[in-house]
Write a protein that binds this ligand. Structure first.
Ligand code: NAP
Length: 280
């Protein structure tokens, strides 16, 4: 039951209508019997500063932040974690007694998804497809948290790959102009962070899997839950991980950032994943 003690959390973005975050976080509060509620707020760009001001004046305990506010919101915060600084973007804000702390769990959601499958990214050769917003969070997190041997970046627009490499400034990054420059059998892990294969163009795939050996394939896309890339990976006997795992884990990591004592059983995690899948 909601009452005057109910703690308010939420999502700010524009649009927020299709977000799965309210389902995920309210499910968590229900399962953990917490007197908390999670709401979605559609915030226009010109209202961002006042929305953040409302966080302290209304004692809203935490916000998730989504497109288009992830970068500009940093101007209105008191402190940024190392990860938020590394990625130059915030997806989670904690209100700690009136002090607003910005963090980013996007890329860590992907790392957790690999850890859930007992796949280590250390000393691995990774091929990252894409150089957009998701690619940036994924790459930053892998370089910050893990120790990959090499990461190849391949994107439709070569200049964007170069920009991504420059921003990350890490000698383990190699930019490819074309897949032909790569010996596919050298790659251990393929990460698709392009939108190729996303609903409604579900018949598309960003890469031909012929030539890869003993690969793990991750696709950031979660609609559809099983992309053409993942289907083809499975058919070749490769291990595959879907984007829903990253989405779920970034949300759980945001929850842990707000509440350090937060713990969820694998049974409850499975139930929340199932509810999210039903709502995609
Ligand atoms: P974005 O910033 O718009 O980037 C899109 C990327 O896809 C760019 O690299 C773009 O290449 C490439 N691309 C688009 N159409 C292409 C085509 N026809 N052929 C080849 N490359 C193409 O988008 P984003 O925010 O990074 O999101 C990318 C995907 O990740 C989306 O499907 C999104 O749903 C998913 N995502 C998932 C999660 C999760 O938690 N699972 C989180 C964030 C995003 P160019 O640079 O050449 O345009």
């Amino acid at each position: 039951m909601l009452d005057y003690k109910t703690e308010v959390y939420g999502l700010i973005g524009n649009p927020v209508e299709k977000s799965l975050s309210p389902i995920m976080h309210n499910d968590i509060y229900e399962k953990l019997l917490k007197n908390r509620v999670y709401l979605a707020f559609n915030v226009k760009e010109e209202d961002l500063e006042s929305a953040i001001g409302g966080m302290t004046s209304l004692d809203i305990k935490g916000f998730n932040v989504t497109i288009p506010h992830k970068i500009r919101v940093m101007e209105y915060l008191d402190e940024l974690t190392d990860m938020a600084l590394k990625l130059g973007a915030v997806n989670t804000i904690k209100n700690l007694n009136g002090r607003l702390i910005g963090h980013n769990t996007d890329g860590d959601g992907l790392i957790q998804a690999f850890e859930d499958e007992d796949i280590d990214l250390d000393e691995r050769v990774i091929l990252l497809l894409g150089a957009g917003g998701a690619s940036f969070g994924i790459l930053g997190s892998i370089l910050f948290r893990k120790n990959p041997k090499k990461i190849y970046i391949l994107n439709r627009t070569y200049e964007k790959s170069l920009k991504l490499k420059d921003k990350m400034d890490d000698e383990r990054l190699v930019v490819l102009k074309s897949i032909d420059e790569l010996k596919k059998s050298e790659v251990d892990i393929l990460i698709n962070s392009t939108s190729v294969g996303m609903y409604p163009k579900v018949d598309e795939s960003p890469i031909d899997l012929d030539g890869f050996m003993d690969l793990t394939v991750f696709d950031a896309i979660y609609k559809p839950l099983e992309t053409r890339l993942l289907k083809e990976g499975k058919a070749k006997g490769f291990k595959v991980i879907g984007g829903i795992e990253m989405l779920l884990n970034q949300g759980l990591l945001a929850q842990s950032f707000w509440d350090e004592s937060f713990l969820i059983s694998s049974e409850d995690k499975n139930k929340i994943r199932k509810r999210m899948m039903e709502n995609i």
